[in-house]
Design a protein around this ligand. Structure first.
Ligand code: NAD
Length: 357
């Protein structure tokens, strides 16, 4: 495995991570450890009952629940949640959910300085990053700030067993995308490469088991472990074309976040494979195939992932505009970006076709 580098920079933020089925039962102890006594549990509206159950479990250290989180962290939702947290007199935030809830926790923490405890229920990985995406007037912007990284993360595989298989698969490929792009990041380091390789391995082994037996706790644990590793890579190193394209497709065309990552992954990594060269070796090893695009496509088929942009709601007429948007705001990619090549890539991904742009 090619993780050695003669020169690198490594830095990480202080985080306390606990793993274990049922570890959510330790939330009250973690609230107390932070010196807090009025925890506010955050969820999406759909998961409100689970938020109430967690607040009941936290007991006298819980101030209440706020079930307002929405995808892409709209600023007006954050403002409403801020008022609710203030009314409850909250002194720490407990985010129970996927990237949408954790995003709300980050946005509130940025504005209030309140400490965060995250209990992730998807594999998106936001809990492991100092990155916050917010949407205002239909425009999504991203900031990186150490203050938004949750200081405590409790990974409880029992919580993720209820994630429907189709969402599980898309979310897992979303996580794998962080690791895949982390392998060729310009600012990668030997630790991020090891984390990426192990995260990819964990999903390769455990995701097919979860697809067959969504209740299998050991396999759910291993996928959650993979999510932590892949999320940590996302938090440590810069992403490239794959993440940029998904950001454009989600932000400007309303495509679902995790599904977009799932569709694009085999195409974008194949697009970059030659230019990234040996940096992608750990992924080749995990897939057991030298043709990385084919290997990812076969894995995606095996777990019945969505395979075309058309199937997840992209209009063919919008592809040209998506290619234009992907060329705005310069960013680094191992393969130099040419607008018409991006358009070809998008066309292939739209139809779910074979081949490399
Ligand atoms: P999500 O949080 O929106 O969850 C998707 C749906 O699944 C929601 O309806 C949710 O209620 C439901 N759900 C979540 N967990 C469940 C469970 N265990 N059982 C049943 N249903 C459950 O989706 P996501 O993909 O986790 O997050 C996407 C958002 O997170 C996007 O806004 C994305 O930009 C952001 N994100 C940010 C970062 C970062 O580092 N800042 C990283 C990844 C994702």
């Amino acid at each position: 495995m090619l993780s050695f580098q003669p020169e690198f920079l490594y830095s990480s933020l202080p985080v306390r991570v606990r793993f274990g089925p049922g570890i959510r039962g330790e939330t009250a102890a973690e609230v107390e450890r932070l010196g807090c006594s009025r925890a506010v549990v955050l969820t999406t509206p759909g998961q409100a009952a689970k938020g109430k159950a967690l607040a009941a479990d936290i007991g006298k250290l819980a101030a209440g629940t706020v079930a307002l989180a929405q995808m892409h962290t709209p600023v007006e939702v954050t403002q409403e949640a801020l008022r609710a947290v203030e009314e409850l007199g909250g002194d720490c935030l407990v985010a129970l959910g996927g990237g949408s809830v954790i995003g709300l926790g980050k946005a509130l923490s940025l504005r209030t300085g309140l400490p965060q405890i995250a209990l992730p229920t998807t594999y998106a990985g936001s809990e492991a990053t100092p990155v916050l995406g917010q949407t205002e007037a239909g425009r999504k912007t991203t900031l990186t700030d150490a203050r938004v990284q949750p200081g405590v993360v409790l990974y409880d595989a029992e919580l993720i067993r209820s994630l429907p298989v189709s969402v599980t698969v898309a979310s897992a490929l979303n996580a794998m995308a962080h690791a895949a792009e982390g392998l060729y990041a310009r600012d990668r380091n030997p630790v991020s490469t090891l984390l990426a390789a192990e995260g990819l391995r964990a999903f390769r082994d455990a995701l097919p088991v979860v697809c067959e037996k969504p209740d299998d706790l050991a396999a759910r644990c291993e996928t959650l472990y993979g999510a932590w590793l892949c999320g940590t890579v996302l938090g440590q190193v810069g992403m490239a074309l794959h993440h940029k394209l998904c950001h454009v497709l989600g932000g400007s065309f309303g495509l679902p976040h995790a599904e977009t990552h799932a569709v694009m992954l085999p195409y974008t990594i194949a697009f970059n494979a030659q230019a990234a060269g040996s940096h992608l070796e750990p992924l080749r090893e995990v897939l057991g195939m030298s043709d990385i695009g084919q290997g990812l496509a076969e894995f995606a088929d095996r777990v019945a992932a969505p395979r075309s942009l058309r199937d997840i709601g992209m209009k063919e007429d919008d592809l040209e505009r998506a290619a234009d948007l992907a060329m705005t705001a310069a960013y680094w990619n191992p393969r130099p970006l040419v607008r018409d090549e991006i358009l070809t890539l998008l066309r292939i991904a739209w139809s779910g076709g074979k081949g490399v742009a």
